[in-house]
Design a protein around this ligand. Structure first.
Ligand SMILES: [Zn+2]
Length: 401
């Protein structure tokens, strides 16, 4: 065999190995059949590569049920995962009103997690200091070493400049103006930190584990204290040229409507966010109404609350109808606190989309609530560490790949 030929065979083998490792990082746990489907390699090639990875201590077998495969007389299948000791992923999720931090192994198992209310808009330094404390706490609780962390992703509820890792729009996250969030967090944590928009992370989580699993054309709307959006095309996040693709919260749905924190009038966020609806409810009830209280009132059948949530659903419907005309998604996932109102919110969205989108754009589009709830963005941050395998590969895995 010529050296050129053996060289190309070796690189083919390396390429196949890399595909299998990437598929395992994205899925956490998978059967050999799932790996064959995901990589389009033959079952025998998968068996050889998985055997090599197990021999090298980079992968392990475990019992489990493969997705979408009928169990054989209830017998659990043999699944494959990357060896948990091969590395850890860190997630730092900032909402406008909360901070959540978690550490997971490479099989996507969350080892420890912390959450607290926090006025994130007010001060980046305070937020980052608190995140740094939480990271120390989760690493201690999980009894793992910082050196095992292969990457950290930090979600922020604002448009993110992909090149600089800074917040684009000062009015949306005022306390973070001029802060190089990625650099600041990397220094404080002594780890490489990537910054990503929170709704993009929610989209990735619902795609990997939730309501959009197995889909490839997905729009995700995070409807919480703000309204954000993430777009998945061909199974990958769409960022746009500068990183702000999917900012549906600041599209105009009512001409000359209520003023928004971005300075415009009639933005979707000013009409449909949990903050906007709770504010209206506070006025009509002459008492301060929190998002949680609003959802309780809706569950108990309070007519005024349900009407206001329905109005928010119709505003969302206009934005989603326009979105369907533009990107023709298979699935629109509505996440964030407001999605906990269920069909009180979603039915008006569906009605307006059916009425206003061109029929061919929305005929095959399902509109569903997110299933990962308030942990979606944090889980998405963990998923992104796995997805960005090239950048984050641990030394052992980098050599193997
Ligand atoms: Zn706005």
């Amino acid at each position: 065999m010529s050296s050129r030929r053996s060289g190309s065979l070796a690189s083919l083998r390396e390429g196949n190995r890399r595909l299998v490792i990437e598929a395992l990082r994205e899925r956490g746990v998978a059967s050999r059949a799932e790996l064959a489907r995901a990589t389009e390699l033959s079952r025998s090639t998968i068996s050889t590569i998985v055997g090599d990875l197990i021999d090298a201590g980079l992968a392990v077998e475990r019992d489990g049920q493969p997705d979408g495969e009928a169990s054989h007389a209830g017998r659990p299948g043999v699944m494959v995962a990357l060896d948990p000791s091969a590395g850890l992923a860190l997630a730092i999720d900032f909402g406008h009103r909360h901070l959540r931090v978690a550490v997971s192994d490479l099989s996507h198992t969350v080892l420890a997690e912390r959450w607290r209310d926090l006025d994130v808009d007010a001060s980046a330094r305070e937020g980052l200091a608190e995140a740094s404390n939480f990271v120390d706490e989760v690493l201690t609780e999980a009894d793992v070493d910082r050196g095992q962390v292969i990457g950290a992703v930090m979600g922020l509820p604002a448009p993110i400049n992909r090149l600089t890792g800074t917040v684009w729009d000062s009015s949306i996250l005022p306390g973070w103006v001029g802060i190089d969030a990625a650099a600041e967090a990397s220094t404080r944590l002594n780890l490489p930190v990537t910054v990503e928009n929170d709704a993009n992370l929610g989209a990735l989580a619902e795609l990997t584990w939730g309501a959009a699993k197995g889909r490839s054309e997905v729009a995700y709307l995070k409807v919480a204290s703000g309204v954000g959006g993430g777009l998945i095309s061909g199974g990958r996040l769409s960022h746009g040229v500068g990183g702000t693709a999917g900012e549906i919260g600041h599209t105009i749905v009512v001409h000359d409507g209520p003023v928004c924190r971005c300075g415009n009038h009639g933005c979707l966020e000013a009409l449909a966010s949990a903050r906007a609806v709770a504010n209206l409810l506070s006025i009509s009830r002459r008492e301060q109404v929190s998002t949680r209280r609003m959802l309780e009132l809706s569950d108990s059948g309070d007519a005024a609350t349900r009407r206001l949530i329905g109005d928010a659903g119709r505003a969302l419907g206009i934005a989603v109808a326009n979105l369907c005309n533009i990107v023709n998604p298979e699935t629109v996932v509505i996440g964030g606190d407001m999605a906990l109102a269920g069909d009180v919110l979603l039915d008006p969205v569906r009605e307006v989309v059916q009425r206003n989108a061109i029929p061919s754009a929305a005929a095959d589009t399902e509109i569903v609530a997110g299933v990962l709830g308030e942990r979606a963005e944090m889980l998405g941050a963990l998923a992104l560490v796995m997805h960005e395998s090239e950048r984050f590969a641990a030394p052992g895995l980098r050599e193997a790949a």
